[in-house]
Design a protein around this ligand. Structure first.
Ligand code: FES
Length: 199
C-alpha cells in the first residue's frame, strides 16, 4: 500500500495558519496620585482673612444698631425753674450756665438773667470774678457785671431772658423770650416788665 503521505501535494495555501492567541486585556493603570500642593497652608493669611470678614460683619452690625439711635439734637429746655429769690446772694450766679446757658444776677432791688451769648458772633463768654467782668474767649469782647459791652467787637450788651415768679414763689426763666439793648437801633428793653424781677 502506498504511503498516503508520500507524493502528496503540499498543503493548500488556503489553509490558514492557526490564529495567534488573543492578547490579554491590559491591566488598568493605577489612578494618578493627586498632586500635592506646593505650599503648605499659611495660618497668618487665614487669620488675616478671617479678621477682615469679622471686621466687615462687625461694622455692618454697628451700622444696623445705629438705626435705633437717631441723630436727635437734645436742646435744653428753654423754660426752667431756678428756685426762690432767697436762694441768690448779691452778684453773679453760674449754676445755670452749663445747663441753660444763663447767668442769674442778683442786685439789691432786682434779679435778672443774662443769656450767655456774645453779641459779636455768638460765643459763650466767661465770668471773670477777679476782674468783675465777662470776657469772650473768641475775639476779646468784654462786658461789665450787668452784661453791658465796653471793649472788643461786641456791638451791644448781652440779651436778658424773661423772668417771672410762679404762684408758689419760685422763679421761672424763659430763654426763648429775650430782651435786648441795642443803642444802634435806639432800643432798650431792659426795663420792660419780664426783663427783671423786683425783689
Ligand atoms: S464772638 Fe465774642 S468777641 Fe467775637
Amino acid at each position: 500500500m502506498a504511503d498516503p503521505v508520500e507524493g502528496s501535494t503540499p498543503a493548500s495555501p488556503t489553509v490558514k495558519a492557526a490564529a495567534p492567541a488573543a492578547k490579554p486585556p491590559a491591566a488598568p493603570k493605577p489612578a494618578a496620585k493627586p498632586k500635592e500642593s506646593a505650599d503648605p497652608p499659611d495660618p497668618l493669611r487665614r487669620r488675616v482673612i478671617w479678621g477682615m470678614i469679622y471686621g466687615y460683619l462687625g461694622i455692618n452690625l454697628l451700622m444696623f444698631l445705629r438705626f435705633f439711635f437717631p441723630r436727635a439734637l437734645y436742646e435744653p429746655n428753654t423754660i426752667f425753674n431756678i428756685g426762690y429769690p432767697a436762694d441768690f446772694s448779691l452778684g453773679i450766679d453760674q449754676r445755670f450756665l452749663m445747663t441753660n446757658r444763663a447767668w442769674v444776677v442778683r442786685e439789691p432791688d432786682r434779679i435778672f438773667v443774662i443769656f450767655a451769648r456774645c453779641t459779636h458772633l455768638g460765643c459763650t463768654p466767661e465770668w471773670k470774678p477777679a476782674e468783675n467782668k465777662f470776657k469772650c474767649p473768641c475775639h476779646g469782647s468784654g462786658y461789665d457785671s450787668e452784661g453791658v459791652n465796653f471793649e472788643g467787637p461786641a456791638p451791644r450788651p448781652m440779651d436778658r431772658a424773661h423772668i417771672a415768679m410762679d404762684p408758689t414763689g419760685k422763679i421761672i426763666v424763659d430763654t426763648s423770650r429775650l430782651y435786648m439793648d441795642d443803642p444802634r437801633a435806639g432800643t432798650n428793653q431792659f426795663n420792660d416788665a419780664g426783663a427783671y424781677l423786683p425783689v
